[in-house]
Design a protein around this ligand. Structure first.
Ligand SMILES: [Zn+2]
Length: 143
């Protein structure tokens, strides 16, 4: 049996009642004062209900509402402030132009060369140190 909502004018209260479709339009006795209460349309009474702290429109279709737009989930993933992840489409990162790509390749090549020379310089300096140390130690060894 479907659930219907009724409004009691004397209590100014709304209550829900399971009734058959055939009976649903007839007034139902209020659980508080037993006076007859007329059926109301839930949507005309409450446009929204709350679930999980987020407004949901009645009838509840399992969706959420964000700034008047229907979304499938509450905000739970990263999105800019005030944006809902379902509605927010991040702008695609533009592809670098051909010239930019060449500049980047040059920069990487230069960087690679710089690193290569730095590594060679370091190796050479270590070699010099080793040679110096070896020379010193060989001097110390009495013949
Ligand atoms: Zn009542």
């Amino acid at each position: 049996m479907p659930l219907y909502e009724y409004y009691c004018g004397s209590c100014d209260g709304v209550f829900e009642q399971l009734r058959s479709i055939r009976e649903s339009d007839e007034p139902y006795p209020c659980p508080e004062c037993n006076r007859e209460a007329g059926r109301i349309m839930p949507t005309s009474f409450n446009a929204f209900t709350m679930r999980d702290g987020y407004p949901r429109r009645i009838p509840d279709r399992g969706t959420y509402w964000h700034l008047g737009k229907e979304v499938k989930r509450p905000i739970n993933v990263a999105a800019p402030a005030g944006q809902h992840p379902d509605l927010y489409k991040p702008e695609p990162t533009p592809m670098p132009s051909k010239g930019d790509q060449n500049d980047m390749a040059d920069a990487m090549r230069q960087d690679g060369l710089r690193q290569y020379h730095a590594a060679r310089e370091k190796a050479a300096s270590i070699e010099r140190k080793v040679k110096k140390t070896v020379a010193k130690s060989t001097k110390k060894i009495p013949k």
